[in-house]
Design a protein around this ligand. Structure first.
Ligand code: UT7
Length: 313
């Protein structure tokens, strides 16, 4: 009997094309100074023409599996968190499964926008603790650039594309210690792509629309609350928050009394990669985490959805 689920390998992948802040001046009235000072973002990666979520997920997943020393064929389950799936169906997880050569295991997507990885990780943990699976690949993958209005300066400069992955396995020693997930659908219009497909046509507005100030206030309040709920008064060795905005991360960090050098800030180079942001941040800093370190992960996203996980590395 293995009572815990533990992350045993992580991986990340970013598309090749880097877009610096200055490049936005070709499309909108903005400046590097505005973007940096309001969000802490300096650059983001943008997928190539035809490059979809499963294409970004594949190298991230392969890296996580290699770090976990696990063959893709040994997986019991693949969960992909994405807001920008390759297709309406099949799930991006099924497409990724085929690319990995892992046919047979369960595979499905989770949609909780920027909190998607937190939701997917929690489902994976619950499956392992319930004895339904032993080895699970949890992925966050986004081509968020596909759902941006490149003329809406209040949103387009903030987001980027990428993928991150984690391998979760059953473990006799503690890994994931506590998780909380929440949602409040009353805020649906505050951060949304309000469109659907009917009769072969997109009906509605296929771009991200956001009430930035409301998201900002909600993110600070709810990530802090969820973080305190999972960690209590216990030590936080590393704070890995959803990478949406440096000012949001800094405010939450101060409220939780976590020093800057123990807080991950990948937002500078990635922008907001939605469901990919936390696993990408984990992959980027994995070499700095020591066995036994306590990590606090928290995210907020469209829905609104939010959640936090306290885990032992
Ligand atoms: O995963 C969750 C996703 N979303 C977020 O986390 C976003 C949360 N919200 C935020 O990060 C911030 O609210 C923003 C970065 C979006 C905005 O920062 P702010 O300091 O709240 O700026 P603001 O909305 O008060 O806008 C100030 C001004 C406005 O001009 P006026 O109306 O005062 O003349 C905007 O039109 O800045 C203008 N502005 C811009 N200027 C240059 C908005 N976007 C830009 C831009 N470049 N890209």
């Amino acid at each position: 009997m293995s009572p815990y689920a533990r992350i045993v390998g992580v991986g990340g992948h970013l598309p090749q094309r880097v877009m610096e802040n200055d490049e936005w001046q070709q499309y909108i009235d903005t400046s590097d100074e505005w973007i940096r000072s309001r969000s802490g973002i300096q650059r983001r990666h943008i997928a190539a023409e035809g490059e979809l979520a499963s294409d970004l997920a594949l190298p991230a997943a392969q890296q996580a599996l290699a770090n976990a020393q696990l063959a893709a064929g040994a997986l019991d389950m693949i969960i992909v968190a994405t807001t920008t799936p390759d297709r309406i169906y099949p799930a991006t997880a099924c497409l990724l499964q085929a690319k990995l050569g892992a046919a047979g295991c369960a595979a499905f997507d989770v949609q909780a926008v920027c909190s998607g990885f937190m939701y997917a990780l929690s489902i994976g943990e619950a499956m392992i603790v319930a004895g339904r699976a032993k080895k699970i690949l949890v992925v966050g993958a986004e081509v968020y650039s596909h759902i941006l209005d490149w003329t809406d300066r209040g949103t387009c400069v903030l987001f980027g594309d990428g993928a991150g992955a984690a391998v979760l396995t059953a473990s006799a020693t503690p890994g994931i210690l506590a998780t909380r997930l929440h949602a409040d659908g009353n805020y649906a219009d505050k951060l949304t792509v309000n469109a659907h497909v009917k009769g072969g046509e997109l009906l509605g507005d296929g771009h991200t629309r956001m009430d930035g100030a409301t998201v900002y206030r909600f993110a600070v309040e709810k990530m802090t609350e969820a973080a305190k709920a999972v960690a209590g008064d216990n030590e936080i060795d590393w704070l890995v928050l959803h990478q949406a905005n440096r000012r949001i991360i800094d405010t939450v960090r101060k409220r939780l009394q976590v020093p800057e050098e123990k807080t991950v800030f990948s937002v500078r180079d990635h922008g907001n990669t939605s469901a990919a942001s936390i696993p990408l941040a984990l992959a980027e800093r994995a070499a700095d985490f020591k066995g036994g370190d306590r990590l606090l992960l928290a995210a907020v996203g469209g829905g609104f959805t939010w959640g936090a996980t306290y885990l032992q590395w």
